[in-house]
Design a protein around this ligand. Sequence first.
Ligand SMILES: [Zn+2]
Length: 304
Amino acid sequence: MICKKLLLVATVFYSSHLMALQIEFDYRFDTRGFFTDQLTGAPIVERRQLLDVAATFYSGFTDMLNPITSGVGDSWSVSIVHPSLEGGLANPVTLVDEFIPQDTIKIFVGGSPSAPGVLGFAGRGFDLMATGSSQFIQTVANRGQTGDDFGVWGGYIWFNSNNSWYFNEDASGLSPGNPDFLTTAIHEIGHVLGFGSADSWFNKIVDGMFTGINSVASYGGNVPLDQFGAHWAEGVTSLYNGEFQETLMDPSTPAGERQLLTELDYAAFADIGWEVAVVPLPAAFWLMLSSFFALFHYRKNKIT
Ligand SMILES: [Zn+2]
């Protein structure tokens, strides 16, 4: 009997662990050397590891996401901007019958040189299509999440390789002029997960303010947004580790600074429809998901 009880405990623990959101980064379109050495084809490990660190900020999201598995009669496709902008914005890539594991989203990543000031952009693609059983079609659309919940297959992130990025988990070496890669990666993943892009985000905007119940409770009122309704308004602050800082999901981050998800940022993910659970310190990490267009992240041009 004791053995059975121990087994039960072990099984429960294992199950709950499986429900943590997994983010799988896919480098097949990293064709211009941002995450892959162009000469040798070897991974640029420090950069890829930082993406995995960024993903852990969403590992407290406990939604169950059905796997997307194509089969006889079940097929799906989606088009995304090429993550390394091969052929430019007007040359999308169409993914067909991509396998997406349970509790996992897949994000295609890459980079290319662009105008100074832009850090990156992200989206979930367009022309999402599915044919087959109604269950399969539902899974492609929302991963089995229903009602006001939210689920997504994944998306893409492009990074501007013209920046003098700071590639280190340890923020102590950050200096003015160097945008923090980890900060930008966490921000862009947030857009893939629906911040500023999900239907369940937009349907809570009233008169240019976000009215999600968790966000209002955290902020103390309706939260001001940027002109596109895609971010908090520039400079909105909230608590991080008990102290006020600029939110990560406002439109920009000053070069040379690290910003992480604040209480208000996580509250918005709960409002979009994610099951946001607190994970152990040093930071409380929650999560959410969503929509279908690109969102740009800019750097502030600060003199100091
Ligand atoms: Zn953004």
